[in-house]
Design a protein around this ligand. Structure first.
Ligand code: 13P
Length: 256
C-alpha cells in the first residue's frame, strides 16, 4: 500500500500564498510513486490550484463540503461541485465536529456524497481528552467509525481512508499532548478490528489508516512505524514547507 502524507492547511493562506507554496512544493519534491502527497487548502483556493497542480506529484483534498449537490444551502459548496477539482476530501474533522456541531449522521451523508462524486473521503475520527479520561475511547472510535461509514455500501469501502486524530493531540487544542506510538497502535488495532468485524478481513486490510495530531519531522518516523498506520495527516507542520518536505522524506526512508 502507498504511504499517504496529507497536509491540512485549515484556515490558513490566501489564494496567492497557497499558489506560491504549491509551486515551491512541486519544485522540492521528486516524483515519489509510492507516496501519495496530498494538500488540503481552503475551498476558495481549490479551483485555481487544480489548474496549477502536477497530479503526478501532489493531489488536492477539500477540507469539507456539503452532502447535497445543489439547492437552498447558503454558504455551502457541494461534493458535486468539487468533483474533478479534488481527489480527496476530509470528512468529520474534529474542528467540524466540535466547533460547527457536525454529528455522525451528517458525516455519514458526507462520506456517501464524496464517494458518489468520485472523491475519496478521509473520515476523521478521534476521542477528546475527557472521553479518554473516562475510558470511553473504544466506544467513541467504534461509533464514529461505523457511524461515518453507515451510508456507503460494502463495495465502496475500498474508496475510503480513515484518519485517527485524538482531539487532545491536535496542536491547536489548549491541552495538546503528544500521543505515544503505543497509544496510537492500540487505537489503530481497534479500528482494524472494528472494520474486520463489519466488512471482513480482506476489505479491512485494504483501508488506509492515517494518524494525525502534532505530527512533525521528528516524530513522523515513530508514528509511521506503528503497525497498521499507512500515513499521516499533518496540520501545523504542513504550513512550513521545509517541515512538510522533511516529513515526506521521513516517509520515504521508512518505506525503504
Ligand atoms: P496539528 O498537526 O496541527 O496537530 O493538526 C492536526 C490536524 O488536525 C490535521 O487534520
Amino acid at each position: 500500500m502507498k504511504t499517504y502524507i496529507v497536509g491540512n492547511w485549515k484556515l490558513n493562506f490566501t489564494v496567492g500564498e497557497a499558489s506560491i507554496y504549491l509551486h515551491k512544493l512541486m519544485k522540492a519534491l521528486p516524483n515519489y510513486r509510492d507516496i501519495e502527497v496530498v494538500v488540503a487548502p481552503s475551498t476558495i483556493a481549490l479551483q485555481p490550484l487544480s489548474l496549477q497542480v502536477d497530479r503526478h506529484k501532489i493531489r488536492l483534498a477539500a477540507q469539507n463540503a456539503f452532502y447535497r449537490d445543489f439547492g437552498a444551502f447558503t454558504g455551502e459548496t457541494s461534493f458535486l461541485q468539487l468533483s474533478g477539482v479534488v481527489n480527496y476530501a476530509l470528512v468529520g474533522h474534529s474542528e467540524q465536529r466540535y466547533i460547527f456541531g457536525e454529528d455522525d449522521k451528517m458525516i455519514a451523508k458526507k462520506t456517501a456524497a464524496a464517494v458518489r462524486n468520485r472523491i475519496q473521503p478521509i473520515l476523521c475520527i478521534g476521542e477528546t481528552e475527557s472521553e479518554r479520561a473516562f475510558n470511553e475511547t473504544a466506544d467513541v472510535i467504534r461509533d464514529q467509525l461505523l457511524g461515518g461509514l453507515s451510508e456507503i455500501s460494502d463495495d465502496d469501502l475500498d474508496k475510503v481512508l480513515i484518519a485517527y486524530e485524538p482531539v487532545w493531540a491536535i496542536s491547536s487544542t489548549k491541552v495538546a499532548k503528544l500521543a505515544t506510538p503505543d497509544e496510537v497502535a492500540e487505537v489503530v488495532k481497534l479500528i482494524r478490528k472494528t472494520l474486520t468485524e463489519a466488512y471482513g478481513k480482506k476489505a479491512a486490510e485494504n483501508v488506509p489508516v492515517l494518524f494525525g495530531g502534532s505530527v512533525n519531522p521528528s516524530n513522523a518516523g515513530g508514528y509511521l512505524t506503528v503497525p497498521g498506520v499507512n500515513g499521516l495527516l499533518v496540520g501545523g507542520s504542513s504550513l512550513i514547507l521545509s517541515e512538510f518536505v522533511d516529513i515526506i522524506e521521513v516517509a520515504k526512508r521508512v518505506q525503504s
